[in-house]
Write a protein that binds this ligand. Structure first.
Ligand SMILES: NC(=O)c1ccc[n+]([C@@H]2O[C@H](COP(=O)([O-])OP(=O)(O)OC[C@H]3O[C@@H](n4cnc5c(N)ncnc54)[C@H](O)[C@@H]3O)[C@@H](O)[C@H]2O)c1
Ligand SMILES: [Zn+2]
Length: 403
């Protein structure tokens, strides 16, 4: 029999379409669905270093505890950038994106409430969280859940199965047992910013454990990338107003003031650390800071920050999510004789995640320009360009926004 290539393609296509239609019918049975859900989802899969490909995968039959979400947007995180550039753990191919949010379009019949006990309905806006939920005060990724079908961890690990497990996509399948929150009362930009904001809610909680941070504290924030800028915003929503921002990029320092910093210092204007420390003290009327947040990944910046803090003051170091190398300090002058209280801070707890929803409402309430943190928005199809823009450090938070 003489079957041309084109015929084979047509036959395969019609068989596949038939299978997917059957699946579509099966999907809807028993659960709840809104609007029409396509048979396949588009995902941006990182297939090699610095290269995402848009792939289509069938939307599988939903389990009774599962949720299908139509993705509205997802921020690009430093972790995504790291994976895009280096793939340090050999995870490629995988679907990234963990700072995502979207609308529930279909739910299994057992799904009634989110992880905070709030009712969930089709049409609600949700986010996921990857933190260990059995103990809401422990900072720990819930990677153990990866062994039971990938529940809980989205946009960080590969799966060989359905591939609808990252937010750089148009649909994501949230498996039963995952941590999911109903955040319908937040706008899209706020929802995209939840994950990085949770980092700062946690850092400020860590800072509070020192007992040094008070309403009238003089606070130095070093580094005005998204992390430092959000730090300023969290401090402002707590009622702390005497904040000095330190960075080398004037544009970022100007934005720090919009975010609520009272004064800013460009470290590039000062010839040595004594002059820089003097400039910080000048901003506080001749006093050093009571408390400082270190929000850069630079070991040199870590060494510097001790010189901005008064005797008996406090420091929160949160700038090294990953190993950035060693820093030199003088234990006598910097810590011991100063009697500093130092805390480290890494990601967040589940409780901080929930606190962040309220923080975002308060930030909006006092007029902080949180949305301006999202400087670039790209459609999913331009995800490679979005990552390259991120690597060039042209903006602050770069987001993928679906139509
Ligand atoms: N603790 C956590 O859980 C956590 C979570 C996310 C990110 N981080 C870390 O926070 C850091 C900041 O993140 P980001 O997204 O804002 O990064 P970013 O690179 O956008 O911002 C860093 C800022 O620091 C400034 N800077 C560099 N050297 C400086 C110096 N010597 N003095 C003053 N400013 C200096 C840069 O100009 C830049 O504006 C990163 O290193 C990241 O690893 C930590
Ligand atoms: Zn992140």
């Amino acid at each position: 029999m003489d079957v041309k290539q084109i015929d084979v393609e047509t036959i395969v296509k019609s068989v596949l379409e038939g299978m997917l239609k059957q699946q579509e019918t099966a999907n809807t049975a028993g659960g709840k669905t809104v609007g029409s859900v396509p048979a396949t989802a588009k995902v941006a899969m990182l297939t090699e270093l610095e290269k995402y490909e848009i792939r289509e995968f069938p939307i599988p039959k939903l389990g009774d505890d599962d949720i299908l979400v139509k993705v509205e947007g997802c921020g690009i995180c430093g972790t995504d950038a790291h994976e895009f550039k280096r793939d340090p753990f050999g995870l490629i191919p995988l679907v990234l994106g963990h700072e995502g949010t979207g609308e529930i379009v279909r739910m299994g019949k057992n799904v009634k409430k989110d992880s905070a006990g709030k009712e969930l309905r089709v049409g609600d806006k949700v986010v996921t969280c990857m933190i260990f939920k059995d103990n809401p005060d422990i900072t720990m990724f819930d990677l153990n859940k990866q062994n039971v079908g990938g529940a809980d961890v989205y946009g960080l690990l590969p799966d060989d199965d359905i591939h609808l497990n990252g937010w750089f996509s148009d649909y994501i399948l949230i498996r039963g047992g995952s941590t999911v929150f109903n955040v319908s009362d937040l706008d899209l930009d706020s929802r995209i910013l939840i994950e990085p904001c949770a980092v700062l809610v946690h850092a400020v909680e860590r800072a509070k454990t020192t007992g040094i941070l008070r309403f009238n504290s003089r606070v130095a924030v070093q580094g005005c990338g998204p992390i430092g800028l959000i730090c300023i915003a969290v401090l402002r929503t707590m009622g702390i107003e005497n904040i000095v921002a330190i960075d080398g990029e004037q544009k970022r320092l100007d934005f720090a003031k919009e975010m609520g910093a009272t004064q800013s210092v460009n470290f590039k204007d000062y010839k040595d650390i004594e002059a820089l420390s003097g400039a910080v003290a000048d901003c506080f009327g001749g006093h050093l800071a009571d408390f400082a947040f270190q929000c850069t990944g630079s070991p040199a910046a870590h060494s510097n920050i001790y010189k901005f803090i008064r005797n008996g003051g406090g420091l929160c170091e949160l700038g090294f999510f990953i190993n950035g190398g060693d820093a030199t300090i003088n234990p006598h002058f910097d810590i011991c004789s100063k009697e500093l209280t130092i805390v480290g801070s890494w990601v967040y707890t589940l409780r901080d995640y929930a606190t962040t929803f309220d923080f975002l409402k308060r930030a909006k309430g006092i007029g902080l320009p949180m949305s301006k943190l999202i400087t670039h928005r790209f459609p999913l199809e331009q995800i490679n360009e979005a990552h390259r823009t991120n690597l060039r450090m042209e903006g602050l938070k770069i987001a993928i926004i679906n139509e």
